[in-house]
Design a protein around this ligand. Structure first.
Ligand code: IPE
Ligand code: IPE
Ligand code: MG
Length: 241
């Protein structure tokens, strides 16, 4: 068990975890099922992981649900994803809202069908007053598009930016940078996720496909994170002073 492998006082709970939820399609294919079955199981697993993460004391979770580039996928697959939002999103976001979680979408959600946008905006508005915990859902999100959008905003305002003021122009303006980024699905890449924000994030890659990434796997990732030394450019000696 998690608590046996690492003593409680050695455990450092990341304040913000970002997750690239990859591998739904391959998970379904292996079971001779359509990709949409993988996405449905991925959604269910996401809910379980989010509940577990918040229970463990994580304050912010950012999940990569749909990239700008994913919009080039077959319409049928995209419709399947939108249908999951239509059927289940409101119910679960209400549950998170009751636990004090603020729901935010990051990305250009205007690229989604209007009714899906409405559901997302309602969840954001209903939870906007919460300050403790945050769930950021990256939808139609691409980090390059996010950065270019921020640059254009700065140009429009006609002001030079600093690192701080620039980060406030990103979708993640009010959210601290991720401490731990987990990618499931065996790939070792960022796929255009949080390029600016993850400058000093710790990475954890899992060979498991997202629908089979268990709560225990999350605990393993956090235990691994707890063993990392985050130097932020400094030396070990400087850190111990
Ligand atoms: C990630 O799983 C979810 C989305 C991109 C929507 P994939 O659909 O990319 O699954 P694989 O990588 O094809 O297995
Ligand atoms: C990244 O997965 C996007 C999400 C998990 C939403 P992809 O499946 O789109 O990544 P690539 O195409 O393999 O890099
Ligand atoms: Mg994939």
């Amino acid at each position: 068990m998690f608590r046996n492998t690492l003593k409680k006082d050695q455990l450092r709970i990341p304040r913000h975890i970002a997750i690239i939820m990859d591998g739904n399609g391959r998970w379904a294919k292996k079971r001779l099922m359509p990709r949409s079955y993988g996405h449905q199981n991925g959604f269910n697993r996401m809910i379980g992981l989010l509940e577990h993460a918040f229970e463990m004391g994580v304050e912010y979770v950012t999940v990569y649900a749909l990239s700008t580039e994913n919009l080039k996928r077959p319409q049928e697959e995209l419709e399947g994803l939108y249908n999951i939002v239509r059927k289940h999103f409101t119910e679960y976001m209400k549950k998170f809202g009751e636990k004090g979680v603020r729901v935010r979408a990051i990305g250009d959600i205007t690229l989604l069908p209007q009714d899906v946008q409405d559901l997302i905006q309602k969840a954001e508005a209903d939870t906007a007053h919460h300050t403790g915990k945050g769930l950021n859902i990256a939808l139609c999100y691409g980090a390059r598009a996010e950065i270019v959008r921020a640059v254009n905003q700065a140009v429009k305002e006609g002001k030079e930016v600093t690192e701080e003021s620039f980060s406030r122009l990103l979708y993640t303006a009010e959210v601290p940078e991720p401490d731990l980024l987990i990618r499931t699905g065996k790939e070792l890449r960022l796929s255009n996720f949080l390029l600016y924000q993850s400058a000093y994030t710790e990475f954890y890659f899992s060979d498991k496909m997202f629908p089979e990434f268990s709560n225990k796997d999350l605990e393993r990732a956090i235990a691994d994170f707890s063993t990392r030394t985050r130097r932020f450019g400094k030396t070990d000696e400087q850190l111990s002073n």
